[in-house]
Design a protein around this ligand. Structure first.
Ligand SMILES: [Zn+2]
Length: 143
């Protein structure tokens, strides 16, 4: 089921259990880099990756008026959206400060309803996975 969510509200909370980041080869996109001392090796390219790309996974609970009658909305965000939310800060050794995304607006998000579960309080949780937006001429592929 495809959904176009318009979430002019705010990000209510971050699921920190699902938040993680990993390095990716800047040449081939391989995400299974091998740590060798302080450097990273890409087994596919057979080279040292000096400037790995940082990929992130993040799930957030949002205030989504169009769906609030159905339950709590949780969105698994795409890389681009995460980067947008985090763009006003630099990663340090501790990683990103996730609390900084709280209260930010998500705007419009395309996604599909992946599942519906119940939280401990018995309220429905709509799990939405974001998909790339095809409008405004951009391609769906990640650069
Ligand atoms: Zn590579």
């Amino acid at each position: 089921m495809l959904l176009l969510l318009h979430c002019p509200g705010q990000i209510l909370s971050v699921d920190e259990d699902t938040a993680f980041s990993w390095p990716e080869c800047d040449s081939c996109g391989n995400n299974k880099l091998i740590e060798q001392g302080s450097s990273l090796q890409c087994p596919t390219c057979d080279k040292t990756v000096t400037e790995p790309l940082t990929r992130m996974s993040l799930e957030v609970y949002v205030d989504c008026p169009s769906l609030e009658k159905s339950g709590i909305v949780k969105i698994k965000l795409l890389q681009d959206s995460i980067q947008q939310l985090l763009s006003n800060q630099q990663a340090d050794d501790e990683g990103y400060e996730l609390q900084a995304v709280l209260g930010q607006e998500l705007g419009s998000v395309s996604g599909f309803l992946a599942s519906i579960s119940r939280d401990p309080a018995g309220e429905s949780v709509l799990m939405v996975e974001e998909i790339p937006q095809l409008q405004d001429g951009k391609t769906a592929t990640e650069s």
